[in-house]
Design a protein around this ligand. Structure first.
Ligand SMILES: C[S@@+](CC[C@H](N)C(=O)[O-])C[C@H]1O[C@@H](n2cnc3c(N)ncnc32)[C@H](O)[C@@H]1O
Length: 226
């Protein structure tokens, strides 16, 4: 595959880190390689330009479920329930719900995130042709598959906007969810008080629905009262 003109690829001197930058869209894919290290470490995340209009860039990570808040990763997925992930990014939660509900899903889970999954998928595919080692290639495949799932409207209802915009423009989202999760998502990047974001997230819930969101601050770890 030829390097598209609008991509810039940079390696660190020790070749343990690589960055693929899309000059047109302002997305950077940062790869930390395990190839030259003895410890098991392999990481890929996007740093995206100011899509929240707050004057800051933002990280889009793809955590495996085992790195989620314990309350979230231990949830037993019930295919008859509607799950919403606010700030889903490339994380495993939504693919996990899809996997657990295979063939029995009554409702498709909803992912709310303003990032461009098509673009991220293209950049991940491109990164896979670089000299990044087999383990990173495997990891990239996992993230490419997650993009595929997010973009498959038969499996996931993807709402490509922020939580705030989604609530303003999609009145049908009010009171629909049985479970809402936010794992280092909207609340991680909120300038406002985390209670304010929880209030918005609770608007998505049915009367008996549950919100799972862990907010880590220097003053402590906070969870919404359910
Ligand atoms: C650090 S990543 C976390 C991704 C994933 N939940 C995980 O645990 O790996 C933060 C994600 O939150 C999204 N995000 C940030 N602010 C948001 C908002 N106000 N509404 C919806 N998504 C938001 C970002 O686009 C990004 O994909």
């Amino acid at each position: 595959m030829k390097t598209p003109n609008h991509y810039v690829v940079k390696w660190s001197d020790d070749r343990k880190q690589a960055r693929v930058f899309d000059k047109q869209e302002g997305y950077s894919l940062d790869l930390t390689l395990l190839k030259y290290t003895s410890i098991e470490f392999c990481h890929a995340a996007f740093n995206v330009a100011d899509i929240l209009n707050k004057g800051e860039s933002m990280y889009v990570t793809g955590r495996p479920l085992r790195e989620y808040d314990p309350d979230i990763r231990e949830l037993e997925i019930d295919p008859s329930l509607l799950y919403i992930d606010v700030g889903a990014g490339l994380g495993e939660f939504i693919p996990h719900v899809v996997r657990c509900s295979k063939g029995q899903a009554k409702v498709r889970p909803i992912a709310i995130d303003p990032v461009n999954y098509e673009l991220m998928q293209r950049m991940l595919v491109y990164a896979g042709i670089l000299d990044v080692g087999d383990q990173m290639k495997e990891h990239l495949k996992i993230l490419i598959d997650r993009c595929e799932i997010m973009l498959d409207s038969t499996k996931v209802q993807l709402i490509k906007s922020t939580l705030e915009q989604s609530l303003n423009s999609n009145s049908h989202l009010q009171g629909v969810a049985d479970v809402v999760i936010d794992n280092a998502g909207a609340n991680h990047y909120a300038r406002e008080d985390h209670e304010h974001i929880w209030k918005l997230e609770k608007q998505l819930l049915k009367p008996n629905g549950r919100l799972f969101s862990e907010v880590v601050k220097s003053s402590g770890i906070y969870r919404p009262p359910n």
